[in-house]
Design a protein around this ligand. Structure first.
Ligand SMILES: *[C@@H]1O[C@H](CO)[C@@H](O)[C@H](O)[C@H]1NC(C)=O
Ligand SMILES: *[C@@H]1O[C@H](CO)[C@@H](O)[C@H](O)[C@H]1NC(C)=O
Ligand SMILES: *[C@@H]1O[C@H](CO)[C@@H](O)[C@H](O)[C@H]1NC(C)=O
Ligand SMILES: *[C@@H]1O[C@H](CO)[C@@H](O)[C@H](O)[C@H]1NC(C)=O
Ligand SMILES: *[C@@H]1O[C@H](CO)[C@@H](O)[C@H](O)[C@H]1NC(C)=O
Ligand SMILES: *[C@@H]1O[C@H](CO)[C@@H](O)[C@H](O)[C@H]1NC(C)=O
Length: 521
């Protein structure tokens, strides 16, 4: 009898271990933080003043972390990029905010051993927040790394300065450090020598991490998913919304779907800079999201997420993005196309002139096909189908292939592609596809008043983006946003000295541009 009950308890114990060591789902939290900014200053503040401001911001993050852990039982919380001090800096004025962040291999719990790597009060506090609340904490801060200023690449102050994400596990141990690679007009920071591929494993899946503008590029973002097979991406960002294609919730949810990975996106909140839009996005659909241009407040979001989405019954199938579009004879429409702009990109547009129909519009190698049926089109509203293939924007670095159906600003066709926030027209049916040359396509659907359409649309295996049984709300844009990374202008593979040189020249160029334009930091 003793033996058998012992066996039973061993079995029960084994089951409990199994259960603890592999969670099927986990509770995630992301916090959109309205950062308290420093006063404008041309001279650097003292380290004490810098710490004082960062502590004021961490006081607010602390409330969110406690709420996530205590009230919601969350395993992990993501906080935004620049959440401790904002973004308006020079190399000199950011310096008092920076700490030397060691490689996680040193196996360090700053909360227990705060003096081991010099004066690191921010790291100690973040580590204690993770440890005291028994939750993984993801934060963004500044790293400084001494270098030999005699060396050509070492900046004149003898330090590399990096925009850095840190992750502490629930014992307070530093488990990940990531230096942002694709800086967006951040003159205060340096570009690391090469893109860093940072992952770590937990009982609730394998994680990868990168920051903001990194999401537009192949490395490290795509490599983490494709070659390192992470389950969930941690994504601190300070993203300035740009309609119609690059609003935070719209693009980030589309990236999660296109890459078929979980994405935990925490944005900074600053309505003056149009920074808002955080979410917890699963491969088949957004779980929860927040977009708020009305208030100045922060916001915490929670959702239950699959630890290993690839094993889930809702995991979407792989898509051949050009299969349908290359198999059909193009519809009419291309002959009536006209030129229009989304930001600086010249699109070919064609008008949806009937309440239902089939249309094609092409640009270069890309043809976009649309089949649609509107429900009660408002006479005052005009929609077009657009195609763009080429190097995007002023910098002309990223090669985009975009098919988009969007609402124009007015009945004047010159307004097509301009930002529009509301619509009245509903679609009973739409099906959008394109002859993409890339397998990296992100499906976007944005509804009136900047809302997502969770569970209301899907991508078929042949690459058609279709709505599910009638969209209930009016539509702003339906897009397939393709990135053809190998056609990028400065496609960086291996050698990085070029990009470093280019970067070092940038400050001079950009001094002329006012820093108001800190889009998508
Ligand atoms: C900004 O300046 C005001 C007035 O001098 C001061 O009260 C405030 O504490 C400063 N804020 C920060 C973040 O230093
Ligand atoms: C963590 O807990 C310890 C001991 O309970 C306390 O002294 C410390 O202030 C706490 N730190 C944080 C950041 O909550
Ligand atoms: C996608 O489908 C097209 C047309 O059927 C085919 O030619 C192409 O090889 C497919 N691409 C992939 C990556 O399977
Ligand atoms: C669009 O094409 C489909 C199939 O190619 C056809 O069944 C449908 O009638 C067409 N719709 C319109 C409005 O022309
Ligand atoms: C835009 O469409 C017109 C009409 O079909 C075509 O002649 C032109 O080449 C297209 N533009 C580009 C850049 O492909
Ligand atoms: C689709 O919508 C129609 C009418 O709104 C409804 O009768 C039908 O049951 C719906 N089908 C599905 C699969 O939801």
């Amino acid at each position: 009898m003793i033996t058998s009950s012992l066996q039973t308890s061993v079995a029960v114990f084994a089951l409990i271990i199994l259960h603890v060591s592999a969670l099927d789902t986990f509770k995630a939290a992301v916090y959109e933080h309205a950062v308290i900014l420093p006063n404008d200053t041309k001279a650097p503040v003292s380290p004490g003043e810098a710490l004082f401001l960062m502590n004021k911001n961490i006081d607010i993050l602390e409330k969110a972390i406690k709420q996530a852990a205590e009230q919601q039982g969350a395993q992990i919380i993501v906080t935004p990029e620049d959440a401790l001090y904002g973004w308006k800096f020079t190399r000199e004025t950011i310096f008092p905010y920076l700490e030397n962040i060691p490689d996680p291999q040193v196996n360090w719990i700053p909360c227990q051993d705060p003096r081991r790597f010099g004066h690191t009060p921010v790291q100690a506090r973040l580590s204690c927040l993770a440890k005291n609340n028994s939750i993984y904490v993801v934060a963004n801060m500044g790293d400084k790394k001494p270098c030999n200023s005699g060396r050509t690449k070492c900046p004149s102050n003898g330090h590399y300065q990096y925009n850095t994400n840190v992750v502490y596990d629930k014992t307070g141990k530093l488990v990940a450090r990531y230096h942002k690679y694709h800086l967006y007009r951040e003159l205060q920071f340096d570009v690391p020598e090469k893109p860093e591929l940072v992952t770590f494993s937990t009982t609730f899946g394998k994680f990868g991490i990168f920051t903001c503008f990194d999401i537009l590029f192949h490395d490290p973002a795509v490599t983490l998913v494709k070659d390192f097979h992470v389950d969930t991406i941690l994504f601190p960002t300070a993203w300035m919304n740009v309609l119609p294609l690059l609003t935070a919730i719209e693009f980030h949810s589309a990236w999660a779907m296109g890459m078929r990975v979980n994405l935990l996106a925490a944005n900074t909140h600053d309505v003056n800079l149009k920074m808002t839009g955080s979410g917890i996005y699963a491969p088949h659909s957004p779980k929860v999201y927040h977009h708020d241009m009305e208030t100045e407040s922060g916001k915490i979001l929670f959702a239950e997420v699959d630890s290993h989405p690839r094993n889930s019954p809702t995991y979407p199938p792989a898509v051949n993005w050009s299969a349908y579009a290359t198999s059909i004879t193009p519809f009419p429409g291309a002959k009536n196309s006209f030129r229009g702009f989304i930001s600086r990109d010249e699109f070919n547009f064609t008008k949806l002139s009937e309440s239902a129909g089939n249309l094609t519009v092409c640009q270069k190698e890309l043809c976009c096909h649309l089949s649609y049926r509107m429900l009660g089109q408002e006479g005052s509203e005009v929609y077009v189908l657009g195609a763009f293939a080429g190097l995007h924007g002023k910098r002309r670095r990223e090669y985009w292939q975009v098919c988009t159906m969007l609402k124009c600003g007015s009945t004047n066709l010159a307004t097509c592609g301009q930002p529009v926030e509301t619509a009245l027209t509903r679609f009973e049916w739409f099906s959008l596809s394109g002859t993409f040359g890339t397998q990296y396509v992100f499906p976007e659907v944005l509804l009136s008043k900047i809302k997502l359409a969770p569970e209301k649309f899907e991508v078929l295996e042949d690459g058609r983006l279709v709505n599910k049984n009638g969209s209930s709300e009016p539509v702003l844009t339906v897009s397939l946003f393709g990135r053809w990374y190998t056609k990028d202008a400065h496609s960086i593979s291996g050698g990085t000295s070029n990009s470093a040189t280019a970067y070092l020249m940038l400050p001079t160029l950009l001094m002329i541009v006012t820093l108001q334009y800190t889009v998508m930091a």
